[in-house]
Write a protein that binds this ligand. Structure first.
Ligand code: ADP
Ligand code: GLC
Length: 473
């Protein structure tokens, strides 16, 4: 079986969040199960591009309305990621430093999707499954089945669409309809949601199967899906929740190249202590205190706007008893408040506003607790990385956090969970964590050892997608 994953991100080539981690890992683990899993993403100007060797595999051209463009497909020669990686190069559209955030993103990703379909159309061997991820690739199932130029050859290929985050839908105005490839006009309803062309809605309507990245997220989408609730309710029969896994080779405290001190289950306490000392040296903090960290996008979904007040409250009510670090980038107001908080935190709090892969790994390893108060969390990978590194997650019971963390007060539990994305719930949970750390350090360490032994790897999870693909062949 040959599977082609189509996505906007793939670690380590291009990553803005968890989507990149999933697309960079799942195909590798799928290949180990005896199928052939490949990935195609846009060719951005990221360092990976210049570090590796590439071969040209195809050249073609397409139209965005009357705008003619040429594209080429290159393949990474050494298969170093554990799967065939293809990049689509389109001069002037995709060749930028960042993945997203440009005013012409609609055109950029449509050109990418058209190029993928055109390339597929020209291939002598078609894949058995085309697996698309998130709204940037949401029009692929529509184009494959409805575009006049492609449907004769592509409409019979089963498509799977994975919803990593339904908050982002890529909707644009019908006035741009002409940039879509020619299709029967009476099929327009397949593209429409609430009077706009909505790539996420189109994918849910036209893909053969739809998956969400945790079980609870699928249930939540029926109630709250950024306006698509009714659509999820209607299409529920073809939807399945498949929990993400993690790449346990990249996220491995015994070999992670980003860590100064490696450790195993046996050396966890010592290893984590040394990593914490390094972080505290860098951020000017006392390493004998428990360290709470937040790593992630500073956006409403992650409830990052609550962090400045919650951390301030926690500092006030537990004076001198803990340190706090935030690593993230996102909404300007939250970034500003987090930076300002340093002025009144007396050395017990610090932040790094920006994206830094290395620091994120050090924080998962050297922190004692990871905070995730998310309002929405389709899966969440940070809690899985934290647990793999023996760090206790403090999470709101939502989406994938609910599916992966059990409160230590419940049977078989190991983390700290709360219900509301509120300052009060966050500070109460921090208080619980501080009390556990100071009053029952031995129990705390036992929970950490237990979490390190939990198996959230793709070894276990990748097969679930194969089972789904098999129902389509
Ligand atoms: P999301 O995809 O919604 O952002 P996930 O929990 O699935 O959330 O994944 C986030 C990924 O991005 C993790 O690998 C996390 O370590 C990483 N990450 C997020 N923000 C930063 C940052 N500022 N610096 C480094 N890594 C980050
Ligand atoms: C999204 C979600 C996150 C999930 C990730 C990978 O970005 O916000 O919860 O873990 O995709 O599936």
């Amino acid at each position: 079986m040959v599977i082609l994953h189509v996505a906007a991100e793939c670690f380590p080539v291009a990553k803005a969040g968890g989507l990149g981690d999933v697309v960079g890992a799942l195909p590798k683990y799928q290949n180990r199960l005896g199928v052939t899993s490949k990935v195609v993403i846009p060719m951005y100007r990221t360092p990976f591009l210049y570090q590796e060797e590439w071969e040209l595999v195809h050249e073609g051209s397409q139209f965005l309305q009357e705008h003619f463009f040429k594209y080429s497909v290159i393949r990474e020669k050494s298969n170093k990621l554990g799967f065939d990686l293809y990049l689509i190069d389109i001069n002037g559209l995709l060749d930028r430093e960042k993945v997203y955030g440009y005013p012409d993103d609609v055109e950029r990703f449509l050109a990418f999707q058209l190029s993928v379909c055109d390339w597929l159309f020209s291939c002598s061997h078609l894949p058995d499954i085309v697996h698309c991820h998130d709204h940037h690739c949401g029009l692929v199932p529509f184009i494959m089945t409805q575009a006049n130029q492609f449907r004769s050859r592509l409409q019979a290929i089963p498509t799977v669409f994975t919803v990593h985050n339904a908050q982002y839908q890529g909707a644009f105005d019908w006035s741009k309809q002409a940039i879509l490839p020619p299709h029967d006009s009476w099929k327009c309803n397949l593209l429409d949601w609430h009077g706009q062309i909505n790539p996420l809605a189109a994918a849910i309507k036209t893909a053969w199967r739809v998956t969400t990245v945790s079980y609870s997220y699928l249930t939540e989408l029926m109630e709250n899906a950024g306006g698509l609730e009714k659509l999820f309710q209607t299409e529920v029969e073809k939807c399945t929740g498949i929990l993400n896994g993690i790449d346990t080779e990249i996220w491995d405290p015994s070999s992670d190249p980003y860590l100064l001190y490696h450790y195993s289950l046996q050396s966890m306490i010592e290893g984590k202590r040394k990593n914490k000392e390094e972080i505290c040296k860098e951020f000017g903090m006392d390493p004998s205190l428990p360290l709470f960290s937040f790593v992630g996008r500073l956006v409403g979904e992650k409830a990052a706007d609550l962090l400045p007040i919650a951390i301030q409250d926690a500092l006030l009510h537990n004076p001198g008893r803990a340190n706090y670090i935030v690593l993230g980038t996102g909404e300007k107001e939250t970034e500003y408040q987090l930076q300002e908080l340093r002025n009144i935190a007396g050395g017990f709090y610090n932040c790094y506003i920006g994206y830094q892969e290395a620091l994120s790994h050090s924080l998962y390893a050297g922190s004692d607790f990871i905070l995730m108060p998310s309002r929405v969390e389709p899966c969440g990978l940070n809690q899985l990385y934290a647990m793999r590194f023996g760090t206790m997650p403090i999470v709101r019971r939502v989406g994938g956090l609910k599916d992966t963390v059990i409160d230590l007060g419940d049977s078989g539990g190991y983390g700290i969970c709360f219900d509301q994305p509120s300052v009060w719930d966050i500070t109460y949970s921090i208080r619980r964590a501080i009390n556990l750390y100071y009053d029952n350090l031995k129990d705390y360490h036992n929970y950490c050892s237990k979490m390190m032994q939990l198996d959230f790897s793709w070894d276990k999870a990748a097969g679930n997608y194969l089972n789904l693909y098999r129902t389509l062949k």
